[in-house]
Ligand binder design. Structure first.
Ligand code: SF4
Ligand code: SF4
Length: 255
């Protein structure tokens, strides 16, 4: 029987989410046995032409060329999954959306005229239909394996949509916000990291982006009660997933 063809594409990103797939040391051989890795430049320069059964897309759309290329990729993909904060929300580079990108270009590059860039950094789903979005910066490799396995089996991936607080409480970690007055984004952030920061007595930084129906207004009100000022609040919501609608709206209210 022919194996399903898997392709992995990169847009504006740091490659960290693709590396999560290579980091599946124990499971990688099983994945390679179940699919034909047809296009994955991070792993091999050998490529096979599409169409592909499953396409993973890392990175955000930041150039006119990206905005065209993603449509070609969508046409080649039976199932398309965007992976990571860059691909699902525009990523850290979406901070440009709240400033003038021309100012950055002229400050960073010796020859700004060589640079062809869009004013914004946006998610893959803002450009083409996406079958599943896997959040995280970087993504959780166990969640990635679940998504790949589920979609190849034709079922919906079982990825939790609850908050970091649920994992934090399950792990028996004392709440840093209640016990130490440390600002924490856990109540509005999707689980996936195992509550890593609270585990080390730090507030959640929101790497996994907003959970479903994130109540950012209540969290922001509580942060003010524990002494967080407005610029700090804006910075917190504008870190990893600044352009995710829930976080973008809350940050804009406090500018
Ligand atoms: S989501 Fe984070 S880890 Fe993944 S590619 Fe973007 S910056 Fe890198
Ligand atoms: S430390 Fe943060 S993530 Fe953990 S329960 Fe408290 S608010 Fe939630």
């Amino acid at each position: 029987m022919k194996k399903p063809k898997l392709a992995v594409w990169k847009f504006s990103s740091c490659d960290g989410c693709q590396l999560s797939l290579l980091d599946c040391e124990d499971e990688l051989l099983a994945v390679a046995g179940a699919v034909e890795i047809a296009y994955f430049l991070e792993a091999s320069s050998a490529t096979v032409k599409g169409p592909y059964d499953l396409v993973l897309v890392e990175g955000s759309i930041t150039t006119p060329h990206d905005a065209e290329r993603i449509h070609e990729i969508r046409r080649s993909a039976k199932v398309l999954v965007s992976i990571g904060a860059c691909a699902t929300t525009g990523g850290i580079q979406a901070l440009r959306n709240f400033a003038h990108v021309g100012d950055f270009v002229s400050a960073v590059y010796a020859h700004p005229d060589y640079i062809s860039t869009l004013r914004t950094s946006t998610a893959i789903a803002d450009h083409v239909p996406v079958d599943f979005e896997l959040q995280g910066c970087p993504i959780n490799k166990a969640q990635l394996l679940e998504v790949v396995g589920a979609l190849l089996a034709g079922r919906r991936p079982n990825v939790p949509r609850h908050s970091v607080c649920v994992d934090c409480k399950s792990a028996g970690v004392p709440c840093v916000m209640v016990s130490r007055g440390i600002a924490c984004l856990g109540p509005v952030t999707q689980a996936g990291c195992g509550a890593l920061c609270p585990l080390y007595a730090r507030g959640c930084f929101g790497c996994f982006g907003p959970k479903e129906q994130a109540n950012t207004a209540v969290l922001a009100a509580h942060w003010r009660e524990i002494g967080v000022d407005e610029p700090s609040l804006v910075r917190a919501f504008r870190t990893f997933t600044a352009n995710a609608p829930d976080f973008r709206r809350e940050a804009t209210l406090h500018e």
